[in-house]
Design a protein around this ligand. Structure first.
Ligand SMILES: [Zn+2]
Length: 167
């Protein structure tokens, strides 16, 4: 099991999860894209729920500390911080640790806006941040069907999974 060249040692999967409350006012920042909705995600940084889940997925796959350990939310420099910059730094750490992305898949649970009209813009932005081709980034939007915190538009939830290969 410890052989360095076996397929089992050459790929790793990492899972990321995040959720942020939604409140009225301001604009949403999702996947590094500003969405003028008159509502915003609540959080210490820019609260980009999608980029946070992706950041944890790639870090976890590479066996690195998670986003909360690398960018603690009690540090003043992380207040209002650009999550795209955090993901860029995290991905640089992943590559430095000897890993790179095979593919990424994300599920966004958000009542509104619907993801389909902005999906290609989000995929393009995320692939730019990760410096990979857009075909490596999967993205699906789901609503809460009007039920629960997601359905009432109070909460956004993202699940992300990243497959990495050893470089
Ligand atoms: Zn977050």
């Amino acid at each position: 099991m410890d052989g360095k060249n076996t397929l089992l040692n050459a790929i790793r999967v990492g899972m990321g999860y995040d959720s942020h409350r939604i409140e009225t006012g301001g604009s949403m920042i999702l996947g590094g894209v500003v969405i003028e909705q008159g509502r915003h995600f609540v959080g210490h940084s820019d609260a980009d729920v999608l980029l946070h889940a992706i950041t944890d997925a790639v870090l976890s796959g590479a066996g690195l500390p998670d986003i909360g350990q690398i960018f603690p939310n009690d540090r003043p420099e992380n207040r209002g911080r650009d999550s795209a910059e955090m993901l860029r730094l995290a991905m640089a750490n992943v590559r430095q640790a000897g890993w790179d992305l095979v593919n990424l898949d994300c599920v966004v649970l958000l009542e509104s806006p619907k993801l389909s009209p902005i999906k290609s813009e989000l995929v393009r932005r995320i692939s730019d941040i990760l410096e990979v081709g857009p075909t490596l980034v999967g993205l699906k939007g789901k609503t809460g069907e009007g039920v629960g915190e997601v359905g009432r538009g109070e909460l956004a939830v993202v699940h992300a999974v990243a497959l990495l290969h050893r470089t």
